[in-house]
Design a protein around this ligand. Sequence first.
Ligand code: GLA
Ligand code: ZN
Length: 677
Amino acid sequence: MAYGKDIKEILYGGDYNPEQWPQEVWEEDMRLMKKAHINIVTLNTFSWAALQPSEDRYCFENLDRIMDLVRKNGLKVCLATATGAHPAWMAKRHPDILRTDRNGIKRKFGGRHNSCPNSPSYRKYAAKLAGLLAKRYKGYENIVAWHVSNEFGGECYCENCEQAFRKWLQKRFGTIEELNRVFYTAFWGHTFYSWDEVVLPNLQSEHFLADGMERSMFQGITLEYRRFMSESMLECFQMEYQEIKKEMPDIPVTTNLMGFYKPLDYQKWAKQMDFVSWDSYPDPADTPAETALQHDLMRGIHKQESFVLMEQTPSVTNWQPYNRLKRPGEVRLLSYQAAAHGADAIQFFQIRQSVGACEKFHGAVIGHAGRDDTRVFRELEQLGRELGQLGDVFLEGHTPAEAAIFFDWDNWWALEDSAGPSIRMKYLDAVKDYYTAAFESNIPLDIIGMEDSFDSYKVIIAPLLYMTKTGIDERIRKFVGNGGIFVTTYFSGIVDGHDLVVQGGYPGRLRDILGIWVEENDALLEGEENSFVYKGTLYPARVLCDLMHLEHAKALSVYAKDFYQNMPVITKNQFGRGYAYYVGTRSDSGFYHKFLEDIFTEAKVAEAMATPKGVEAAIRVADDREVLFLMNHNEGSEWVVLNHDYSDLLNGKEYRKGDPVEVGAKGVFLFLKRNTK
Ligand code: GLA
Ligand code: ZN
């Protein structure tokens, strides 16, 4: 569920900040929004200072006017609680609201997303404001969702956070002995004798800068801090959530997430959110697969349900080093790509472009010229018309994936905080290696967490599964035992949930499933490569080479050189009724394509459709309707041969299986599969 089951249209709109404009402009905005087929606005995102000008004075009159205006104009509202940036007076009067940076320096008023999540003042005033807003606006039937704060994130190292951290640890570990065990404090004589000796891990304590990155001397403490900080912010979300629910129990509550945002464990967050919404700002260099992967992640954290694309730029960002314009057709293409991967609403940051401050050059539906005959406006108007035409054809539709990739925030944190063996070993690189190869073959994929059900999948891929938390091995054992295919990679199964090594040979708890044991890991220097032959082709081995021994597994390939020449690099192990594969190094896209093609063939996992390179085919199934999205990410047009009978959802044209269709550059087709039961 995204905005709710009662919504039978694709909501289209974006962040609207009328508090930045004189009222004369508002009516013109209404006219322009209507023209662009906009039907939803996100309001009130950064109005805390306006709503609460002093300690005990609240002033909602301006917001009342805005709420009435948009209601009168038939717009739906996603109402933000305005707590993403605290007022200046609050920072002066209650300095506990200010964050402390990782270098220990306390910040002054400035910026946004800057309140300490453990500040009693912040918690008190944020919750109060959310409650007051809900009480005041609960009669507005056009509110379709609440939007708590904005892009929660960052971190804090203040005294309040330190005290809260100690309490949190005490609750989590019970005794100081257990704390010492999980933090491995026997190393370097860091034994703690009482809870108040524990300090936050930052550049004043366990962290230091090396090789351009911040590193930790005690990864156990750092890992717990990351868990703690993510949870502290989640508590802030929940506090506001509860205040809203007291007044409007039936309206869904969300906050806008940011895809692969490392500091927050979104898998835990999503469990507390009614639906996921997220802000997609692909870098111009990102591949279509990288954008799709984040949509799939955002769908995956909330039970594979549909989500809201809360923000994207209609044209250009302002905060990248080079802010390249989206090319003609690109905003349409990216909007449909989001929809193909689960979005039920398409929204922009922002409706009208600011005049001052740091986002004045950020793209908007209505630019500085204020006109409706610009390239961007015309493209948005056309897109709005089309979305209106589509009605609810794919709303709430699911994505029929038979293969899944594991993703886990704890693993991400622990892996990249671990000192050794290589700073070039990055979790997202490994995930993208596998995702991209599957994506480019139009294999629908789910991104799943450790606690999600494995039941509906034939293949599960767990790239760089460094951390094996208690119980995960048993679930994988069951999955493979029952006939599933499991793939994992180099440097997996190394530690438990506290970042303590599982002894007895890597990959620890996964050894019996994989039928191998890894003795050493060789980090290759930049530019250095080993190689291996797989099914007759030579592929590179990069970044890390695991030196392993077979127990029950078979080697599918061996290293071509160095002192570990002829040692296995890729293995396959029969375990129960299924198979477990281990890929002991990082290779190139040629290898991942070939390897996954073999895996998917073996597992009988089907592609959505065969297309030329750069043309994406993806499916959403809603009730008995199967919708095929055909999206050409290339600069030139491409021909695709249809694999079924389809009707074109945008112009009603009928096609037969085997018909060729030309998809223009950045073009999109939406087809309804005919004769579906
Ligand atoms: C984020 C924020 C918005 C705006 C945009 C600009 O996603 O949520 O308020 O700053 O970035 O790209
Ligand atoms: Zn703090």
